[in-house]
Design a protein around this ligand. Structure first.
Ligand SMILES: *Cc1c(COP(=O)(O)O)cnc(C)c1O
Ligand code: SF4
Length: 441
C-alpha cells in the first residue's frame, strides 16, 4: 500500500468545539470577556463549531479578534445589526424561555436570505416528472449531489451560505437519500460529464458512507461521466481525516479506486488563508491525497476580515502551487447571511485578484475570478476600462444557464459601492444586459 508513512497522531480523535464546550479551553478564558459575550450572543443565531486542530494550530490567539482564522470560524458582534444583537442579548440576560428565544432567532435567520439565487426552487432536476431532492443541475456539464450524511462540516465558516442546512430547521434543508436517482439521471443526461459531491462537507462522512454513495457511480459504468469532484474543506479544517482517523487509509484506498476506474477524481479544496496550508498535518494530508492520483484544486471566496489582501492570496496560491495544488476559483462573497460584515466591493475584489495574479507564474494563473455565482451564471469581473469616456466594469460569464453566454465580454457602469451583480447597471446607454434580453437556454 502506498499510504504507509505514519504521522505522529497529535489529534487521536475529532472533537467538535461549540458554545457548549468552548469554556473548557484555556485560549477561551484568556480572551476579553466582552468578546466572549459577543460570541455567545451572535452564536444563538449563527452557531459556531470549531475543533481542537482549528483552536490549537490555525487560530493565533494573541491576535484575536483580528486573527483571520478566528474571524473565519467565530461569530462576530457586527454580523448582526445592532438592534438584533441587543434583542438577543436582552433575552439571554433575563433567561427568557427557550421558545421565546427560538422565535426571535428564527425571525432573524429568515431575514438573512438562507437560499440565494433561486437555489432551492430553480435548479432541482426531474426524472420522469419526479423532482430529485438532494441534487441540483444548473449548468449542462455538472450535477451537484448533496449526500444526506455529508451536510455538516468539521468547522463552520462564519460567512457561509450553507449555514441554513446546519441549524436544524427542516423547511430550509435539502438532501439526498440515494445514489440510485443520480445514476438514473446521469443515464438520461449524457451531457453531464461531472458530478460534484458537496454539502456541507462530504468528507465529514465515514469512508463507508462515502463508498456507499459513490461506488454505484463507478460500477454503473456511465461512459459520459468523466469526473467526480468532491468539494471539501477537510484538508484545512481537519487534515487528520486523511492521516489518523480510523478510516483514513481506507478513504485514500477508495480515492485510488475511483482513479483506477478511469474517472478523474478532483478534490475541490476550500482554502481561505495561507495558514491553512502551513501546518505539517495539512501538508501531509495533501501529499497523501495527491499520492492516490487525485488532483487537488483550490477555491475560496474573498472575505473581508479574513483574506482581503493581495498578500494573503499571493501566498495562498504560491504555497498551493508549491504543494502541487491547482488554483481554480476566487469567489465573491454572496448575497446571504452576514453579508454586510464580510462583503468586499467588486472593484476592490478585482484589485486584490489582479494584484495577486500578477505575482504568480503561469502555473498559478489557472485561477479565475473574482466570480459571482448569481442567478444567470458565474459572472467574472474582468476589470475596469474606459469606453467612449465612460468608466465601466468589464465582465463575462464563466458559467451560464445558457452556454452561449459564456465568454462574451459585457459592460456595466462602474460603481465603487457595488458588491454583487444585482447592484450593477448596464453601461453605454443600454437599459438591459444582453442576458436579460435572451431566454435562459
Ligand atoms: C460553480 C458551479 C458548478 C461548477 O462549475 P465549474 O465552472 O465547472 O467549476 C456547477 N454547478 C453550480 C450550481 C455551480 O455554482
Ligand atoms: S466548509 Fe464550506 S460548507 Fe462548511 S461552513 Fe465552510 S464554506 Fe460552509
Amino acid at each position: 500500500m502506498r499510504q504507509s508513512q505514519q504521522m505522529e497522531p497529535t489529534h487521536d480523535r475529532y472533537r467538535a468545539v461549540t458554545n457548549r464546550t468552548i469554556h473548557r479551553y484555556d485560549q477561551w478564558s484568556r480572551i476579553d470577556p466582552e468578546l466572549r459575550r459577543a460570541v455567545e450572543v451572535v452564536s444563538q443565531v449563527l452557531p459556531f463549531r470549531v475543533n481542537e486542530y482549528v483552536m490549537n494550530q490555525l487560530i493565533d490567539w494573541d491576535r484575536v479578534p483580528e486573527d483571520p482564522m478566528f474571524q473565519l470560524t467565530f461569530p462576530q458582534r457586527a454580523m448582526l445589526d445592532d438592534r438584533e444583537f441587543r434583542q438577543v442579548e436582552a433575552l439571554l440576560e433575563r433567561k427568557a424561555p427557550r421558545t421565546e428565544l427560538r422565535a426571535v432567532v428564527d425571525e432573524i435567520r429568515m431575514g438573512l436570505n438562507p437560499h440565494p439565487a433561486g437555489q432551492m426552487t430553480d435548479n432541482v432536476p426531474e426524472l420522469d416528472g419526479r423532482r430529485l431532492p438532494g441534487m441540483q443541475h444548473k449548468y449542462d456539464e455538472t450535477v451537484l449531489f448533496f449526500p444526506a450524511r455529508g451536510q455538516t462540516c468539521h468547522a463552520y465558516c462564519t460567512y457561509c451560505f450553507r449555514w441554513a442546512q446546519f441549524v436544524g430547521n427542516p423547511k430550509i434543508k435539502f438532501e439526498a437519500r440515494e445514489t440510485d436517482d443520480l445514476v438514473a439521471y446521469l443515464r438520461a443526461h449524457p451531457e453531464v460529464t461531472d458530478v460534484l459531491v458537496t454539502g456541507g462537507d462530504p468528507m465529514i462522512m465515514k469512508t463507508k458512507a462515502l463508498r456507499a454513495y459513490l461506488e454505484p457511480l463507478l460500477s454503473a459504468e456511465i461512459d459520459s461521466l468523466q469526473s467526480i469532484r468532491i468539494g471539501t474543506k477537510s484538508p484545512a479544517y481537519w487534515p487528520y481525516r486523511f492521516l489518523t482517523d480510523d478510516d483514513a487509509d481506507d478513504c485514500l484506498r477508495f480515492f485510488e479506486e475511483v482513479v483506477a476506474s478511469g474517472k478523474h477524481l478532483a478534490i475541490m479544496g476550500h482554502f481561505s488563508h495561507p495558514v491553512e496550508l502551513a501546518t505539517e498535518p495539512a501538508r501531509e494530508a495533501l501529499r497523501r491525497i495527491r499520492n492516490t492520483g487525485a488532483e487537488v484544486r483550490m477555491q475560496a471566496p474573498l472575505i473581508r476580515h479574513v483574506n482581503d489582501s493581495v498578500g494573503a492570496w499571493t501566498e495562498l496560491w504560491q504555497d498551493g502551487v508549491r504543494l502541487g495544488l491547482v488554483p481554480y476559483y476566487m469567489f465573491v462573497e454572496r448575497d446571504t447571511g452576514a453579508k454586510k460584515y464580510f462583503e468586499v466591493p467588486l472593484f476592490r475584489a478585482h484589485e486584490i485578484f489582479q494584484g495577486a495574479f500578477q505575482n504568480l507564474s503561469g502555473l498559478g494563473r489557472t485561477v479565475r475570478g473574482p466570480s459571482m455565482s448569481a442567478h444567470p451564471g458565474k459572472v467574472r469581473v474582468l476589470g475596469t476600462a474606459s469606453v467612449r469616456g465612460e468608466k465601466v466594469f468589464v465582465l463575462d460569464f464563466l458559467q451560464a444557464r445558457n452556454p452561449e453566454w459564456v465568454g462574451r465580454p459585457f459592460f456595466a457602469r462602474f460603481d465603487r459601492k457595488a458588491t454583487w451583480l444585482d447592484d450593477l447597471q448596464p453601461a453605454l446607454g443600454e437599459d438591459r444586459f444582453f442576458f436579460e434580453l435572451e431566454k435562459a437556454a
